[in-house]
Design a protein around this ligand. Structure first.
Ligand code: AMP
Ligand code: FE
Ligand code: FE
Ligand code: ZN
Length: 278
């Protein structure tokens, strides 16, 4: 079988449920040639993932999934091989994480009026993680209100719920520039995710390409098949690289590590451009 690389995974440093070392061990055990760690808005897990991958004899690529928005739409931007202390990106990410923290606190305060949950439980896994609705979901699940994260997302954590609070996101076009300036390789994550009412549209994609977008994650378990042919055509026309990855979150989501992967060619092409290659 040709070498397979999973380019999108989350650990306990954001909203995954396994450690970077556990992801590396699982990647090795299922026969992946390598993986990228792409926690939301943080580089915290890189060192552990790098050391574990090296010990296991598999490849590692440092990455991140940046919280961005374009017009009304929440858009996730994968960034591979960035310099971890690039000033502009680092400042923007600090703002994102701070806003996430305040927003989670506010959502928990609203929920605590009607549900028996508190802040201490939500931050049990560590207050320095990139906090998100999944951590609030876990507290609600632990308290017995929902069977899993997904059920909480469909109800009280939904953007239309009265408990929902928005969080700061970087403009996608600006984030692409910051990632490029940081020596990184920007890839648009899950542009046809089924939970949205439509895929990312052409005018947005054109703006992203003009800003320096390198690739687009078309092979992702949550992309809706019906929306893909048009996006594939766009990718070919604009010479965007196409990536595949699982978006693994441990037990936090149904996504299975390695269920979608990228080829060695894609892996090498990213590493050829990236400032930090391993
Ligand atoms: P937030 O960043 O706080 O707005 O929460 C969004 C995050 O929650 C995303 O990174 C997803 O990985 C996760 N998420 C979204 N929907 C679900 C779901 N139905 N089940 C589990 N996790 C989800
Ligand atoms: Fe996530
Ligand atoms: Fe995402
Ligand atoms: Zn993700």
């Amino acid at each position: 079988m040709p070498a397979r690389y999973d380019l999108h995974t989350h650990s306990v440093h954001s909203d995954g449920t396994t450690t970077p070392a556990e992801i590396a061990a699982e990647a090795a055990s299922i026969g992946l040639a390598g993986f990228a760690l792409t926690d939301h808005d943080t580089v915290e897990g890189w060192n552990e993932a790098r050391a574990s991958a090296a010990a296991l004899g598999i490849d590692f690529l440092p990455g991140m999934e940046v919280t961005t928005k374009h017009d009304w739409r929440s858009t996730h931007l994968l960034a591979y091989g960035i310099e971890p202390d690039a000033p502009e990106l680092t400042r923007a990410l600090e703002r994102v994480r701070e806003s996430r923290h305040g927003r989670a606190r506010e959502m928990v305060a609203r929920l605590a009026a009607d549900f028996n949950i508190d802040w201490a439980t939500v931050i049990e896994g560590g207050e320095d993680r990139t906090l998100g609705r999944p951590h609030i979901a876990d507290a609600l699940v632990d308290a017995g209100y929902y069977p899993d994260r997904g059920a909480a997302f469909d109800d009280v954590l939904h953007p239309r719920s009265k408990y929902y609070v928005p969080t700061y996101a970087i403009e996608t076009v600006e984030a692409i520039g910051m990632v490029r300036d940081a020596g990184g390789v920007p890839v648009l994550a899950h542009p046809a995710a089924g939970r949205m009412t439509r895929p990312v549209d052409h005018s947005a994609l054109q703006a992203f390409v003009a800003a320096g977008l390198w690739g687009i994650e078309l092979d992702h378990p949550e992309n809706r098949d019906a929306w893909l042919p048009e996006l594939r055509e766009f990718a070919v026309a604009h010479r965007l690289h196409v990536t595949g990855a699982s978006d693994y979150h441990g037990a936090g989501k149904k996504n299975v590590l390695g269920e979608r992967t990228s080829t060695l060619d894609t892996w090498d092409a990213i590493r050829a451009l990236a400032a930090v290659k391993e």
